[in-house]
Design a protein around this ligand. Structure first.
Ligand SMILES: [Zn+2]
Length: 84
């Protein structure tokens, strides 16, 4: 498998964060993160945003977190993604 580009990493970021991607792809992710501080920052922002969004939605503490992240939020995250 060729090395992931930043674009590819971002495309699969959701699966990475949810831990639903194949182990092989996950290994490629981690290899890219080792060499690309921009994507490490991006991943951190992405995770923070998701946990914030889930926290904001969880008015009932016994309710499960929502599976879907609003499109609007995704757009905000995508606009802040690293160049290149
Ligand atoms: Zn990158």
């Amino acid at each position: 498998m060729p090395e992931l580009s930043c674009q590819e990493l971002i495309r699969f970021l959701d699966d990475y964060v949810d831990d639903t991607q194949p182990a092989e792809l996950r290994a490629e992710f981690e290899r890219h993160l080792e060499i690309c501080p921009d994507c490490v920052d991006y991943l951190k922002t992405y995770r923070d945003t998701i946990s914030l969004a889930r926290g904001a939605c969880a008015e009932d503490p016994s309710a499960p977190p929502p599976d879907d992240i609003p499109d609007e939020l995704i757009q905000i995250i995508l606009r802040s993604r690293p160049a290149g």
